[in-house]
Design a binder for this molecule. Structure first.
Ligand code: PLP
Length: 435
């Protein structure tokens, strides 16, 4: 299977090259040239397969013989070594808990899988691979945990100074060894811009072997389709219309769902739930894509003004706005609404949902109310554990939030970061001096 660039100017490449390059030479994003479709029998008999078996089947159909099956199996076993359970909120609504990985966010799935795959492909290379990651909080810690202490790999995390939570910052800055945290005086979009520019700078790429680990990397994206199938497996009555509500920022998680549907998962509707950073719903309503500077909210991992997977999503639907509107609905919510939802879910169902999941809840409610849907399988993707946002949660529900041990251990370590400005030349000089 080959992978093409969404800009359609560079040549198609193998899976290996797509993973190592991260972004195509023409600046586009990689997508598989077709989507393998599972036989109906597999979907009907999905309950007979474990999460890891489902994951293996999906991965193998995209990677084919580029990774031998025994090795791919071992990669899945190491990367997808925690569960994604479906928790029932009420008769129609379920919460897909994606926070059982080491950094308590769904990004662990993609990051761990990509780290394993990249490490496998880099075994033949003599040069170190430098991973550049722009992070609004959770990506950075998931990626650096995935790559931590892997031989031949160096990770540079760029995060916006003072715009991530205290716990997130400690997760990003306390790993050390092959992980370097760069504290950028700017926004997440500035961080993303710096990374993009470095990839297009031949003075850098001539000397440094670069790879990206943002949600733009195809190896991050594919594993994000695994848990959609596994969520469907856990539904008791599979005949009701299936609706996924996905809290979205860069839209990588949602794209994973769209891929699952293309492979045969019977999804009726995707809802892209966003905070007040609303370029996507505006696009669906008007056909105009107008990137904006991001605005800070309490669901900070979704504070994205120029979603990086936007062009992938367009390409999946041949740039056809009607088709897109058929598949996806999108709604935007304020922080005030988000806090009210957290409180409501806690009071009604005794469930602690984090601010990102709460936006997903609001979007699902809005969709079913507007469309008068009475019986359905609603699945809200809970993208992070509520304790990652303990300060907001405590303020809203007025109770102490327990921080799981795997998260708390970074709080006692020493923060190590290097401050840089948002000017590209500063970043470039820094990278060149690392040689
Ligand atoms: C990254 C992240 C999101 C947004 O996911 P995208 O794939 O960028 O749309 C939502 N919630 C949390 C907790 C995240 O870490």
């Amino acid at each position: 299977m080959n992978y093409y660039s969404t800009n359609k100017k560079s040549k198609k490449v193998s899976f290996k090259d797509a993973v190592i390059k991260g972004i195509a030479d023409d600046g586009g994003l990689f997508l598989p040239e077709y989507f393998p479709v599972f036989p109906e029998k597999f979907v009907n008999e999905i309950n007979e397969f474990s999460f890891q078996e489902i994951s293996y089947k999906i991965a193998a159909s995209f990677i084919e013989d580029e990774i031998p099956s025994s090795i791919l199996n071992a990669i899945i076993e190491r990367a997808i070594n925690f569960d994604a359970p479906l928790s029932r909120l009420n008769e129609n609504t379920n919460i897909l808990e994606l926070f059982y990985g080491p950094t308590l966010a769904f990004k662990d799935f993609g990051a761990r899988f990509m780290a394993e795959v990249l490490s496998y492909f880099s075994k033949e290379s003599k040069q170190d691979i430098n991973i550049l990651v722009a992070t609004s909080g959770d990506t950075g810690s998931a990626v650096s945990n995935g790559f931590f202490d892997m031989e031949g790999i160096k990770v540079y995390l760029l995060y916006p100074s003072k715009k991530v939570s205290h716990i997130q910052e400690m997760q990003l800055t306390t790993l050390d060894r092959n992980i370097t945290a760069l504290e950028v005086e700017g926004t997440f979009d500035d961080c993303q811009k710096l990374v993009k520019q470095a990839f297009l700078d031949s003075e850098i790429t001539r000397n440094l072997f670069l790879s990206s680990a943002n949600s733009i990397n195809i190896a991050r994206l594919l594993p994000q389709s695994f848990y959609y199938f596994n969520a469907y497996k856990q539904l008791k009555d599979k005949k009701k219309p299936l609706i996924f509500s996905v809290p979205s920022g860069n839209f990588g998680n949602l794209t994973g769902g769209l891929i699952a549907k293309k492979m045969g998962l019977p999804v009726d509707k995707f809802i892209a739930a966003v905070n007040i950073n609303d370029v996507f719903p505006v696009y669906l309503n008007t056909g105009k894509f107008i990137p904006k500077p991001s605005i800070k909210t309490i669901s900070n991992a979704m504070d994205v003004g120029n979603p990086s997977n936007f062009h992938r999503i367009l390409d999946l639907y041949n740039n056809n706005l009607d088709k897109l509107n058929n598949e996806i609905t999108s709604y935007s919510f304020s922080d005030l609404q988000t806090k009210k939802a957290i409180k409501e879910i806690y009071n009604k169902s005794n469930y602690l949902i984090d601010p990102h999941g709460a936006v997903g809840y609001l979007a699902l409610e809005e969709y079913i109310t507007k469309n008068h849907i009475e019986s359905f399988n609603g699945i809200i993707l809970e993208t992070a554990h509520p304790s990652k946002f303990a300060d907001i949660m405590e303020e809203v529900v007025n109770e102490n939030i327990q921080i799981p041990a795997r998260l708390a251990k970074c709080l006692h370590k020493e923060k190590k970061s290097t401050k840089i400005s948002k000017e590209y030349d500063d970043f470039k000089n820094y990278l060149i001096n690392q040689q």
